[in-house]
Design a protein around this ligand. Structure first.
Ligand SMILES: C[S@@+](CC[C@H](N)C(=O)[O-])C[C@H]1O[C@@H](n2cnc3c(N)ncnc32)[C@H](O)[C@@H]1O
Length: 310
């Protein structure tokens, strides 16, 4: 049983093809649903020219009834987007080769104007003017290949381009830190301390591992299991800035709690937001004292930059 996994497969059906979304965005949404359902790995490929998305759960932890519930929820999400239900199948697979297969497709990658994202299992890249972020994500989100992460990295660059930050010894929160990619980026750009939180214990482990890979100390980058309340409890002094790359639905829930974490003029970067959700998030932010200064998008994804001005 120990080496056995449930494979949940959402088959390339008309549901994925007839969508008004870009195919990759719909895939992303299904991925995120699978992750929220506890999948420790995901994969996507094409079979007979049609997209297929798979999620993997350890058999020892999950009953077949749970899988049925996940399949139902996936179809509710798909139907909520106005699409016909997609066939969802599940089966038991024997080993975890799938967990490493994606590594073949991930290479050292420049992001924005300043960063070079480097998978730690590849040979060290030749010297570059870019700021090197070494990653080993394990099962956590945050390889730098996703549009929502790239939008955050570019927004961070912009944030630290202004001379205002020099010498400010900034303290920054990374809410939903995943691998810690944004925390590491903020430190490389000049932040003094970053406080990371994530509700996923696997992400917390991955962030700690990536902290070591980048020769950062726990004082520079602290990582904690939890969310905004845990950050507020751990930080008596408000932060100067925050990054939050989580789905819009989660951001909307967290916005009221975030006011206890920041101070007037704190900056924030919110990502993981679909373009059609951006206005709702902006209104919710403004209602809590934030001024949204900028929004940028890539494909269907959008990032909002804001300043706290209650
Ligand atoms: C899209 S990933 C972002 C990872 C990384 N920060 C990046 O930008 O690539 C979102 C992360 O938020 C975490 N998460 C989800 N809901 C959360 C919540 N309410 N509070 C804190 N973290 C949460 C997930 O476990 C996941 O690691």
């Amino acid at each position: 049983m120990k080496d056995q996994w449930w494979e949940i497969e959402i088959q390339g059906s008309r549901a994925l093809e007839d969508s008004a979304f870009e195919e990759s965005t719909l895939e992303d949404l299904i991925f995120w649903e699978l992750q929220a359902a506890g999948c420790l790995g995901t994969a996507s490929f094409h079979r007979d020219g049609r997209p297929v998305i798979c999620g993997y759960l350890p058999r020892v932890q999950v009953q077949e009834a749970d899988i049925q519930a996940i399949a139902q929820e996936l179809n509710q999400t798909i139907q909520a987007l106005g699409l016909p239900p997609a066939p969802v199948r599940w089966s038991i697979v024997m080993q975890e080769d799938w967990a490493n297969s994606w590594k073949d497709y991930w290479h050292t990658q420049p992001v924005g104007e300043r960063f070079l994202i480097h998978p730690q299992w590849l040979p060290e890249p030749p010297h570059s003017e870019r700021l090197l972020i070494r990653l080993d994500p394990g099962m956590a989100f945050g390889t730098g290949t996703h549009a929502t992460t790239q939008l955050c990295l570019e927004a961070l660059e912009e944030q630290y381009r202004s001379a205002d930050h020099e010498g400010r010894q900034e303290r920054v929160a990374d809410i939903g830190c995943g691998t810690g990619i944004l925390a590491i980026a903020a430190l490389l750009l000049g932040a003094k301390q970053v406080f990371g939180v994530d509700t996923d214990p696997l992400a917390v482990e991955a962030a700690k591992a990536c902290r070591r890979l980048n020769h950062l100390s726990p004082q520079q980058f602290s990582v904690q299991l939890g969310s905004v309340p845990e950050l507020v409890a751990a930080n008596r002094t408000p932060v100067d800035g925050l990054c939050c790359n989580i789905l819009a639905e989660v951001i909307l829930r967290l916005i009221p709690e975030m006011t206890s974490l920041v101070q007037p003029q704190s900056w924030a970067i919110f990502s993981g937001i679909l373009q059609r959700q951006a206005q709702t998030v902006a209104i919710a932010l403004e209602a809590q004292g934030w001024q949204v200064n900028q929004s940028k998008h890539r494909g269907d994804w959008c990032v909002l930059q804001a300043t706290y001005q209650p």
